[in-house]
Design a protein around this ligand. Structure first.
Ligand code: NI
Length: 194
């Protein structure tokens, strides 16, 4: 089925080609914006879609698979995710006001990284599958059941909306210390949850 002109114009899907000068700068560990809880978005309008487009450009330029609005200094509950960076036709996921409504009793460990803590990779334990409710880029209520890398990415990005970073969840304190030191980050900016 063909899409109407209006739907085409309203999509947030942008080119995945990395821009030399992405529109929004990504904040790094130590920035206060990363530690502030984000506010709900009351109306999904063109300004929200513009923000999503700019965030996608910044994410693609950094070769990331997920980005949350607080990472670009915007205090709003908006996430963009794209696990398929090399497939131009696959649309990104845009999650507005996301909430995890269920999480599996089973957990797994996975080596995470974050565009706000470049080059730092550490193991984090999280539920293996989650269900999330959210509004999409047209403001429609949606639900999604995710496993694998998508479940991992959704949980990591949702944490950003609460001012939580993946390094706060790392249990291996020795590796955490070493990895942060090696990449020039201050251990005092971690707010350990364990
Ligand atoms: Ni992150």
């Amino acid at each position: 089925m063909a899409r109407s002109a209006e739907q085409v114009n309203r999509t947030v899907h942008v080119s995945k080609e990395p821009l030399a000068e992405p529109p929004l700068a990504i904040r790094t560990l130590g920035a206060q914006e990363l530690r502030t809880a984000a506010r709900r978005i009351s109306k999904v309008d063109e300004s929200v879609r513009d923000l999503a487009r700019d965030m996608l450009h910044s994410m693609y330029a950094a070769r990331g698979i997920g980005l949350a609005a607080p990472q670009v200094g915007v205090n709003k509950q908006l996430l963009v995710i794209d696990l398929d960076l090399d497939e131009a036709a696959t649309p990104p996921l845009v999650l507005i006001n996301p909430e995890i409504t269920a999480a599996s009793a089973s957990f797994n460990s996975y080596e995470e990284g974050c565009l706000s803590i470049p080059k730092v990779y550490l193991e984090v334990v999280r539920p293996s599958t989650v269900e999330v409710s959210f509004r999409d880029d047209q403001g429609r209520p949606r639900r999604l059941k995710a496993d694998g890398l998508l479940a991992r990415c959704i949980q990591h990005e949702l944490d950003h909306l609460e001012g939580v970073l993946f390094v706060d969840r790392v249990t291996d304190q020795h590796s955490l210390d070493e990895e942060l030191l090696q990449h020039g980050f201050d251990r005092n900016h971690v707010q350990s949850l364990r």
